[in-house]
Design a protein around this ligand. Structure first.
Ligand SMILES: Nc1ncnc2c1ncn2[C@@H]1O[C@H](COP(=O)(O)OP(=O)(O)O)[C@@H](O)[C@H]1O
Ligand SMILES: [Mg+2]
Length: 268
């Protein structure tokens, strides 16, 4: 069974890996009365990429914002490394779908911005920013402005900015949704490569089944609103030798199909 095999990524031995984030009994009802989430309990294993996948409006962004501390739950609690959190913290960094870059600032300043907010001195924050600009493949574009870059490059800036603050946990809300298909595949591969260098716990939201299967260690399928955990699946693909080959792997195709069979029931 796909969902019973633990991933070998990061060399974890068998058994349940330590949870970086624990979501316990989370419910969310918005002031207008919309119940977005109901009794969501989930572990996000440290060093793994977990994807939240589910129909539009099922509460994925709501859950991500609650984990980020940007939104209060109506019920339940969030623990980061075992400690209950009540708001945003330096341990979690958000990567937005629409990049959220400052259009008037250079790539360098955008990437260094989180460190600027934390009062890190200019020389130090720029040195750190340059390191991550290189890591995401944007060397030479330090002095460019967002409007001079393609969508894919802008999203790399967003990823570099999240990496620069050195949070252990990256929260990515449909980061590649507004990017064309070919660039998107490249960004997925780059993300996996980056995660081999930077050991992060990633909570990733997408509405693409293929993207979820390709990038994830663990996929959480959410039901229609109010979102509840429907199933947890581990694709268990091997990305270690050839990133491209994983997309042709039979396990990849089987997993895409298995998820489709589950999600289909939520479509009207
Ligand atoms: N600020 C808000 N006030 C009221 N309802 C909201 C608010 N934000 C989201 N919702 C509703 O909550 C539900 C879940 O939204 P969201 O978390 O954005 O879903 P998803 O990201 O899965 O598409 C939707 O029905 C949405 O309309
Ligand atoms: Mg959303």
């Amino acid at each position: 069974m796909l969902n019973t095999v633990l991933s070998a990524r990061n060399g974890q031995a068998s058994g349940t890996p330590e949870a970086a984030v624990q979501v316990e009994g989370i419910g969310k009802r918005y002031p207008g009365g919309v119940e977005a989430l109901k009794d969501v309990t989930l572990d996000f294993p440290a060093g793994e990429l977990t994807t939240l996948l589910g129909p539009s409006g099922c509460g994925k962004t709501t859950l991500l914002k609650i984990i980020a501390g940007l939104l209060d739950p109506s019920k339940g609690q969030i623990r980061v490394k075992g400690k209950q959190v009540h708001g945003p913290g330096p341990d979690r960094a958000f990567v937005f779908q629409d990049f959220a870059l400052m259009p008037w600032a250079t790539v360098l300043r955008n990437v260094a911005f989180g460190l600027e907010l934390r009062g890190v001195a200019k020389a130090e924050r720029e040195a750190t920013a340059r390191k991550y600009i290189t890591e995401v493949g944007l060397t030479g574009f330090e002095q460019s402005y967002p409007h001079e870059l393609s969508g894919g490059m802008r999203q790399r800036v967003g990823v570099a900015r999240a990496l620069a603050v050195d949070a252990d946990i990256l929260l990515m809300d449909e980061p590649f949704a507004s990017i064309d298909e070919q660039t998107r595949r490249k960004l997925q591969e780059d993300l996996l490569q980056l995660l081999q260098i930077e050991k992060k716990t990633v909570i990733f939201v997408t509405h693409s089944i293929e993207e979820a299967v390709y990038v994830s260690d663990q996929i959480v399928l959410l039901s229609r609103r109010p979102g509840t955990v429907s199933r947890i699946i581990r694709p268990n693909l091997d990305h270690s030798t050839d990133l491209e080959a994983a997309r042709r792997d039979k396990a990849y195709l089987d997993c895409v199909d298995e998820i489709w069979q589950t999600l289909k029931q939520y479509l009207v």
